[in-house]
Design a protein around this ligand. Structure first.
Ligand SMILES: Nc1ncnc2c1ncn2[C@@H]1O[C@H](COP(=O)(O)OP(=O)(O)OP(=O)(O)O)[C@@H](O)[C@H]1O
Ligand SMILES: [Mg+2]
Length: 401
């Protein structure tokens, strides 16, 4: 039977209880959360070396729907013109996608409806076969795996939350969540016990014997999330998991999802058509249009340096404080200057700490992940980012990898 560490469980309980109850942190006086500021909703920093093997590697992946897809693709040597393919009766779902995702990283795939997000996810989880290209999971060639290897991979390594919930209509909440554990060969009693833990985790205690049709969209989605978490996946595929939730719960869910990720450090491919959601969650964002990844970069670089006109349209309205990190506006430590008690993380997004910093009359300390003071921040700097445009902030460097 799979074990969950008490730490992870505690965090998860907290995570999903927040689905039902507003965040305690919101109700606490500011002073109580000062020491935690900037750590609360930040994902872990991803700093792979060049030698690190990606968990997911896509190399020129194409997915074209249609009878002659493969033949047509062979004829164009990778230069796919979606319009020409469409005229020939083929639909291009994914057009030449190449990228890597590293351990503990959350890559958010963003794009309008029909841009190919779900298709890309389905290719990587091999729910559909890519028409051309290579996909490697932990260095293993996904497309060369036989059925047995594939089943093992899905059962033990991959968790999926689908856009359409994909619940089994004739099974109860509890049975739906226990199902993958039973498929994996778990004893019925153990599977049910574990599933019950997950029911509590997602705040559906008391509804375990309901059928999916008796639940709201958001509740059904929570069953989907619980079911995918039950098997403790290393790689988590989530296709618009929060789209059925109302805005308040959705934001709570995003915060707690980040907190959970901070503890579990899973490798995540998260699909959304909501740019704000992408900005809040992503380590990096891939923006898709007509099957093509138009840009793949950190949220800050996407907003500050949009690569195409299409990406620019998404980013032009985004306030800088939503993507710039404290690191980009901090100043060197100055021993003669009087510093207040407040500490903020260098990796915190300015928006998340602005209010607290502006409540201070003095400069505040900026600390790294090991709590070492690495700089200072004047409230006036925050004001200039909030009200003075981006010129006051040094822009992030090119993509970290
Ligand atoms: N099984 C299929 N057969 C034919 N065409 C398909 C199939 N699945 C997807 N497509 C097409 O591939 C393109 C990408 O679809 P996909 O579902 O990946 O979009 P999406 O970005 O996930 O959109 P949404 O935000 O609406 O979920 C669309 O043009 C769609 O019509
Ligand atoms: Mg989709």
């Amino acid at each position: 039977m799979i074990q969950i560490s008490p730490l992870a469980l505690a965090t998860r309980e907290e995570f999903f209880s927040r689905l039902m109850y507003p965040s305690e942190a919101i109700r606490l006086p500011l002073a109580c959360v000062k020491r935690l500021i900037g750590y609360q909703i930040m994902p872990p920093s991803i700093a792979p070396t060049n030698k690190e093997q990606p968990v997911i590697l896509c190399d020129s992946v194409f997915k074209v729907f249609g009878e002659n897809a493969k033949k047509m693709l062979e004829g164009v040597q990778g230069n796919v013109d979606a319009k020409a393919f469409q005229d020939a009766g083929c639909i291009v779902g994914v057009n030449n996608a190449s990228f890597e995702v590293f351990k503990g990283e959350m890559l958010v795939v963003m794009g309008l409806s029909g841009s190919g997000k779900s298709t890309l996810l389905r290719c990587i989880s091999k729910l559909t076969d890519a028409t051309a290209g290579n996909i490697y999971i932990d260095g293993q060639d996904l497309l060369a795996m036989n059925n047995k290897q594939l089943i093992e991979l899905r059962r033990n390594k991959m968790g999926m939350v689908f856009q359409s919930f994909a619940l089994l209509p004739h099974k109860t909440v509890l049975e739906n969540i226990a199902f993958p554990l039973q498929v994996k060969g778990g004893k019925t009693q153990d599977s049910i016990k574990k599933a019950m833990e997950m029911v509590e985790l997602v705040g559906l205690g008391g509804r375990e014997n309901y059928f999916p049709r008796e639940l709201s969209g958001g509740q059904q989605q929570r069953v989907g999330i619980a079911r995918s978490l039950a098997i403790e996946p290393d790689i988590w595929f989530l296709d618009e998991p929060f789209s059925a939730l109302d805005p308040l719960i959705r934001k709570e869910m995003q915060d707690e999802f980040l907190r959970l990720q901070g503890v579990l450090n899973k490798t995540i491919l998260f699909v959304t058509h909501d740019f704000d959601e992408a900005l809040r969650l992503a380590d990096r964002i891939a923006i898709m249009k007509d099957g093509v990844i138009e840009q793949l970069d950190t949220p800050a670089n996407i907003v500050l340096h949009p690569a195409t006109e299409y990406v620019h349209k998404f980013t032009e309205e985004v306030p800088r404080e939503k993507v710039l990190k404290i690191e980009s506006v901090m100043e060197p430590i100055n021993s003669s200057e009087h510093i207040g008690d407040l500490q903020v993380s260098k990796d915190a997004i300015i928006e998340t700490v602005a209010e607290a910093v502006l409540n201070e009359s003095k400069a505040v300390s900026v600390v790294d992940a090991n709590d070492r003071v690495v700089g200072i921040l004047h409230p006036s700097k925050v004001i200039s980012v909030l009200f003075g445009g981006q010129s006051q902030a040094s822009e992030p460097a090119a993509t970290p990898r």
